[in-house]
Design a binder for this molecule. Sequence first.
Ligand SMILES: [Zn+2]
Length: 139
Amino acid sequence: MTATQSNPAYPQPRETPTNAPMLAAWREGMLALQECDVCGHVFFYPRSVCPNCWDPSLTWITSDGRGRIVSFSRIHRGLPEAFADEAPIVLAEIAVTEGALMLARIICDDAEAIQSALPVRLLSKPEAARYPLPTFTLD
Ligand SMILES: [Zn+2]
């Protein structure tokens, strides 16, 4: 498999009207976030109302794709079969530049190198196409 082909073995997200803009942006290698028109809260994952003030007036914005690791977990066992050959995988809480906190996978050659506060960036487009959801790497 080349880095530009999506991995059909990975669990795929179910597209809905709420998450479709985010999934479409990711297919182009970009991270789309939602910003509340009332309180300015920026968040991920996609929702139909702001999780801060419950207002439905939301605008999609494009992240610069950069952030920092808040916390993380290296997962060695109990992974779905599609990920078993890639263990350990790293899932992290990431604070992106725009202020949203999100959970995402971090792709790196050495999972032991992951530490809190390290800068990360969104995978670039050719490699990003392999993953069904926004995925990061060390910056
Ligand atoms: Zn709000």
